[in-house]
Design a binder for this molecule. Structure first.
Ligand code: URP
Ligand code: ZN
Ligand code: ZN
Length: 460
């Protein structure tokens, strides 16, 4: 604590309840320029924001988003501006998106091209994962260049056209290990998925309800276990993306018990939704198609328990929306539905609603865990060294969260652009009121004060 009265700070957030991953306490927080300057009492500011009744937390960090990303025939709906603006409205002040390198391109050229797109549009700070696809296996000597250029994490797929074989996974993991990076992985068993899809389509089973039946939970667990074992053999750390089920949690928990540097994330869709939504008629059943798929009742409860216990480390979104028209193009063949759902704006509130809910008063343990899984753990694991905590010297990425605000989620109440949301009609208690990014107020009680291009690339 540093109680200072003169000179006044640029901005003081007064009378709030500060929540960090370790503590909940009443204090003022002072900002000078882009940085947290002090935390104390009776701090004096040229500008003061009254945070009475609000929680003051570090800006949330979403390390898994696909903004304006070409996937198959379509491009995911929110571009770098729309997506980061919606993120800021939802209390997220940093994101990590992806770079994919064409076969005829170097990783550095692909990084420069993606940065050129993002730099002009982002409203909050961002990082980029470098994807290592099959055509990049011949370029693994470039992994170190990408790492030096600020891509601290490398995406490996075990599904889709970018899938790596087990041997390629081994080579990629070795290269990322040698460069000091973090491999992040989409773990599913692609051979079995494609076999089941072929069999279902041949039998005329073409509706979205066959999507989860082609991607069994036990085999997501198998794929996660396999890549964990390969990483352990190689001596590489590993982060498992979008965990949908207990079968994967068990593998991650077992790896942690062995002392392996393995972390896992889940997403709001796996925490809040179940697979019966695929039975809805027409395009309604196609909208929530994402991979891994939503799972049966019981799985979300296991994921919430894993988040509370620490078996899972964080919540991200895998925000990758497509419009209803784009989703409808796969109605005659569920495997052609563009995969992905939106939640970049509602993640922080959905995690709050699940971890704290109607607990009155909320326990300090639950509040700190909410901040840890939404803000602090993503920053630590992905190498945002000045974000994710309320500490002097850190970036002044701050959110004032109103725990009393009742907010009904709908396409009209959100700023996402897909035109639909899987949480349509859900009322949550608790929503971000003010979002500050490096000392600049971006959202003030529903008003947008940000602009495209003010966000910065963060080398990690
Ligand atoms: O269906 C999904 N999740 N689409 C986004 C790409 C991915 O697999 O993360
Ligand atoms: Zn994925
Ligand atoms: Zn993804």
């Amino acid at each position: 604590m540093n109680a200072q009265t003169t000179p006044p700070y640029d901005l003081v957030i007064r009378h709030g309840t500060l929540i960090t991953a370790d503590a909940v306490y009443a204090a003022d927080l002072a900002i000078n320029g882009e940085t947290i300057a002090a935390i104390g009492h009776n701090l004096d500011g040229r500008r003061v924001i009254d945070a009475t009744g609000r929680y003051v937390i570090p800006g949330a960090i979403d390390i898994h988003v696909h903004l304006g990303m070409p996937i198959g025939r379509f491009t995911s709906t929110d571009d770098f501006y729309d997506g980061t603006r919606a993120a800021a409205f939802g209390g997220t002040t940093a994101i990590v998106d992806f770079v994919e390198t064409r076969p005829d391109e170097t990783m550095l050229a692909a990084l420069a091209a993606r940065r050129a797109l993002a730099d002009e549009r982002v409203a909050v700070d961002y990082g980029l994962h470098m994807t290592i696809g099959p055509s990049d296996i011949a370029k693994l000597d470039q992994v170190r260049d990408a790492r030096t250029a600020g891509c601290g994490s490398f995406k490996l797929y075990m599904a889709y056209g970018l899938r790596l074989t087990d041997g390629e996974l081994l080579l990629a993991l070795e290269a990322v290990r040698d460069a000091g990076g973090l491999p992040v992985v989409h773990a599913e068993n692609w051979d079995i998925i494609t076999t089941l899809i072929r069999r279902n389509l041949a039998a005329g089973r073409t509706e979205p309800r066959w999507h989860p039946r082609s991607r069994p939970a036990a085999l997501e667990g198998e794929a996660a276990g396999r890549v964990i074992d390969i990483a352990a053999h190689v001596g590489a750390p590993l982060h498992i993306f979008h965990v949908s089920c207990a079968a994967v949690v068990e593998r991650i928990a077992a790896a942690k018990a062995r002392g392996l540097p393995i972390t896992g994330e889940t997403c709001p869709q796996y925490l809040w939704l179940t697979d019966e939504v695929f039975d809805r008629p027409g395009v309604l059943g196609a909208l929530p198609v994402c991979s891994p798929p939503l799972r049966p009742a019981g799985e979300p409860e296991a994921l919430w328990a894993a988040l509370r216990s620490g078996a899972l480390d964080m919540v991200t979104t895998d925000h990758c929306p497509f419009t209803a028209e784009e989703k409808a193009t796969g109605l005659g063949d569920y495997s052609a539905i563009p995969g992905g759902v939106p939640s970049i704006e509602s993640r922080l509130a959905l995690v709050y609603a699940g971890l704290i809910g109607d607990e009155e008063p909320p326990s300090a343990t639950a509040l700190s865990r909410w901040v840890e899984v939404s803000c602090t753990a993503p920053a630590r694991r992905l190498g945002f060294r000045r974000k994710g905590a309320l500490l002097p010297g850190y970036d002044a990425d701050i959110v004032l969260f109103d725990p009393a605000r009742e907010f009904t989620i709908s396409p009209a109440s959100l700023h996402e652009k897909a035109g639909w949301t899987p949480y349509d009609g859900l009322m949550v208690r608790g929503w971000p009121a003010v979002t500050i990014s490096r000392g600049e107020v971006l959202v003030m009680d529903g008003e947008w004060l940000g602009r495209p291009g003010r966000g910065r690339f963060v080398a990690r």
